[in-house]
Ligand binder design. Structure first.
Ligand SMILES: Nc1ncnc2c1ncn2[C@@H]1O[C@H](COP(=O)(O)OP(=O)(O)O)[C@@H](O)[C@H]1O
Ligand SMILES: [Mg+2]
Length: 373
């Protein structure tokens, strides 16, 4: 079966690496500026036609469908994909997840409306479109806040933390205007966890145990799963959240939910309609990786077990050159993305497995220290 992937970054790479043993074949659509290095050798790489901006969605969809070798299913590896193209592609083949789910996650405002709509809790927030609205929102919420543009934000990009009035003054002095943004109260979380869920086309679902995550400067640094010290109350909240989200969205594939834990309460931060960096540990730590399960779901295959034996962690390689010789240990596994190194760029990760959670945490910390200090 041919799978078309919109995007050709590391998530596309790891999907293809997981799909080849299943007999799946891949083609990738590169957007302007994408080099395609990550997917070199893994399938047909196609660039958007030069005149794509002047083409109708229907004409572009037809072009893309044929260029991607008439795939049975098209999926995405990132959020910033033209939804009208995805909608138009549905006239040619299955598109999973549904473009409507991608649309919800593309805009933080829509995403938060959806999260509120399913009855889940979030940090207090206000959507703003002008500098005046920004000032009024901060007045209402009180410092500290974080301002995030509604679109085109990922890995901490297009976000501003403001702790005191002086930070707002600086922001106002250095910006003439503001695009649609969400002003969020900064919460004092005890930790961040994420949920990696999968739903098949026949409605069956599976979930991996919650993952604990550590971010630096808005970018994921490390994960550990299963997250430790989840009491019954938090476990119930996690289960309830997964049900509420999957029960209210027509979804096929892997979906990630990023959360904060504040005073034992689960607050949703954001959703990602795709395989997720905080699920990379599943490559070594779970019976079926998130990549394989995404493919199983979208290809109409039976979902794989999400069982975990022992504990698994992941350390992101951000803007650092590490080779297999350095990274590999008996219980450490190296995943490089074939990318050139630039500051903070995700160029690979190391997965570590252990039968003891404390020993794993120590090894994660040691690995982080060796790489970043
Ligand atoms: N309201 C908040 N309170 C405290 N920390 C936050 C808040 N929002 C974001 N952060 C921190 O910034 C990180 C990145 O923010 P996020 O909204 O997930 O953006 P991105 O789309 O870039 O991942 C989060 O993982 C968290 O560590
Ligand atoms: Mg995030």
């Amino acid at each position: 079966m041919q799978i078309g992937i919109i995007g050709c970054g590391q998530l596309a790479r790891m999907l293809a690496l997981a799909g080849w043993p299943l007999g799946l074949k891949f083609s990738f659509l590169a957007e302007p500026g994408d080099t395609g290095d990550c997917v070199l050798g893994l399938g047909n790489l196609v660039s958007m036609p030069d005149d794509f901006e002047t083409m109708s969605a229907a004409a572009l969809a037809e072009w893309v469908y044929f260029a991607l070798d008439k795939p049975s299913v098209i999926t995405v590896e990132k959020e910033s994909v033209p939804v009208d193209l995805l909608e138009a592609l549905k006239t040619h083949c299955a598109v999973y997840p549904d473009p409507k789910a991608v649309r919800i996650c593309q805009n933080r405002g829509c995403e938060k409306e959806f999260i509120e709509g399913v009855g889940a809790t979030m940090a207090p927030k206000i959507i703003v479109n002008t500098m005046e609205e920004l000032e009024a929102a901060i007045e209402q919420l009180g410092f500290p806040v974080i301002v995030k543009t509604c679109e085109e934000g990922y890995d901490g990009l297009n976000q501003w933390k403001m702790d005191v009035a002086g930070d707002l003054v600086k922001f106002l002095a250095s910006h003439d205007s503001i695009v649609e943004s969400v002003v969020e109260k900064r919460v004092n979380f005890s930790r961040e966890i994420s949920l990696i869920l999968v739903r098949a086309a026949d409605g069956r679902t599976a979930s991996y145990p919650a993952t604990q995550n550590w971010h630096e400067g808005g970018i994921l640094r490390a994960s550990l799963a299963p997250a430790q010290n989840i009491d019954n109350d938090l476990a119930k909240q996690i289960e309830d959240l997964a049900e509420r989200v999957l029960g209210n969205i027509d979804y096929v594939g892997v979906l990630a939910i990023e959360c904060f834990v504040v005073d034992g309460k689960l607050l949703v931060n954001e959703l990602a309609p795709r395989v997720h960096n905080s699920g990379h540990w599943t490559q070594q730590g779970a019976a079926t990786s998130q990549f394989e399960n995404h493919l199983r779901a979208i290809a109409g295959l039976p979902l794989g077990s999400t069982d975990v034996h022992g504990f698994a962690g992941m350390v992101n390689l951000l803007g650092v050159e590490i080779d297999a010789q350095t990274a590999l240990k008996p219980n450490a596994f190296f995943h490089t993305y074939n990318k050139s190194v630039r500051p903070n760029r995700k160029v690979g990760h190391i997965n570590i497995v252990h039968n003891d959670a404390n020993s794993l945490k120590l090894q994660l910390d040691k690995t982080l220290a060796a790489i970043y200090s």
